[in-house]
Design a protein around this ligand. Structure first.
Ligand code: TYC
Length: 117
């Protein structure tokens, strides 16, 4: 993330100049580090979705290779829930929607959810 100081306009003028009104532009000295909140995207186990379909979902939407995808799928199968990735809010929301739409299109009950870290 950028830690470049950031100009704040205090004079209500255009482009920060003083323009002879005795006002000034102040500069932020401390870098403003706004870390975005992160969200885990999780897959939930069920008794019907084929293992191969879950592996495909992990490859397609979460950029996992076959070995990583198989490991995550088996973790979900054995433990009931497992992490597919960690993303900012909008990206996580998009992944959940993509997985849920894809599962529904293929008539599988696979559930995908997100939770704040
Ligand atoms: N439990 C499923 C089966 O035995 C496989 C599965 C794994 C389903 C992970 C969902 O998120 C899941 N076919």
């Amino acid at each position: 993330m950028s830690d470049k100081p950031h100009k704040m306009q205090a004079d209500n003028g255009k482009d920060g100049g003083e323009e002879g009104r005795g006002t000034a532009v102040i500069t932020r000295t401390k870098p403003k580090a706004k870390k975005p909140s992160l969200y885990r995207v999780l897959l939930l186990n069920d008794d019907y979705t084929p293992m191969e379909f879950v592996v495909h979902v992990l490859e397609r939407f979460f950029q996992k290779n076959r070995e990583q995808a198989t490991r995550i799928m088996l973790h979900v199968h054995n433990h009931g829930v497992g992490e597919c990735g960690i993303y900012t809010y909008e990206v996580a929301e998009t992944k959940v929607t993509q997985v849920m739409d894809f599962a529904r299109q293929n008539q599988h009950p696979l559930q995908c959810v997100m939770e704040k870290k």
